[in-house]
Design a protein around this ligand. Sequence first.
Ligand code: HEC
Length: 246
Amino acid sequence: MRKWILALTLLLPGMAFAAGGGIELLQANNDLRDKASLQAGAKLFVNYCMGCHSAQYVRFGRVGKDLGLTDKELRENLMFGAEKVGDMMTIAMDNKDSAKWFGVIPPDLSVISRARGVDWLYTYLLTFYLDPSRPMGVNNLVFKDVGMPHVMWERQGWQKPVYETVTDAGGKTHEVIKSVELIDKADEAKAEQYKKDVRDLVNFLDYIGEPAKLERLDLGWKVIGFLFIFLIFAILLKLEYWRDVH
Ligand code: HEC
């Protein structure tokens, strides 16, 4: 048993590394309890992502309730069409059209945070870089030859790849992309803000991946609170019993 646990702990970091395709993932450090961040993320999601991606297992009304929005705020901030509060977050784009435009169908993002992990999503959204050889003009550090355009480029500024020379086992040298950097240094302040935006967006994707997680976190604190109060009574009871013994 112990050997198994040891083997697993040794494997885990390797798996995280493999998921990034050899690139170390950036840390999202998102906080599901931060309602303001979730609200900002939801807004970015409907504005920038729902043109192509749905979240078909998520209901607008549920999001509004969990994020502490009134129906009016929900309608004004997150809903633009003729949707009703009880509707799912689906989109109008036809799969045939998207396959024609992008070569692939943009996947539903309801549970993408569970499939990819928050750090991968954070890194993905931060590492689009210019690549004229690609149909969309961009490529991505953790999703090679991605079919998605850099939809939030105006919020970040364009990036270019930074190369590194590596020597393979046969003694040959190759140029590989190590990281990305801003092309125009004047975009630095904007790019810093973009990191915060992406953290909010990833936070929202994390939340929709498992809406019950919010309740679970909340319940966890309540249980700890209960146990603490119980502990006080247990101590009082113990003192009471032992008074007679002494
Ligand atoms: C113009 C259409 C379009 C928009 C807008 C768009 N995407 Fe995409 N997205 C795509 C396409 C197409 C793919 C599939 C790429 C591929 O498989 O090569 C994709 C793939 C992805 C993936 C990878 C899914 C996987 O296979 O693991 C994620 C994550 C993602 N998009 C997130 C987002 C987020 C977050 C936004 C909003 C900021 C967004 N997308 C906006 C078209 C879009």
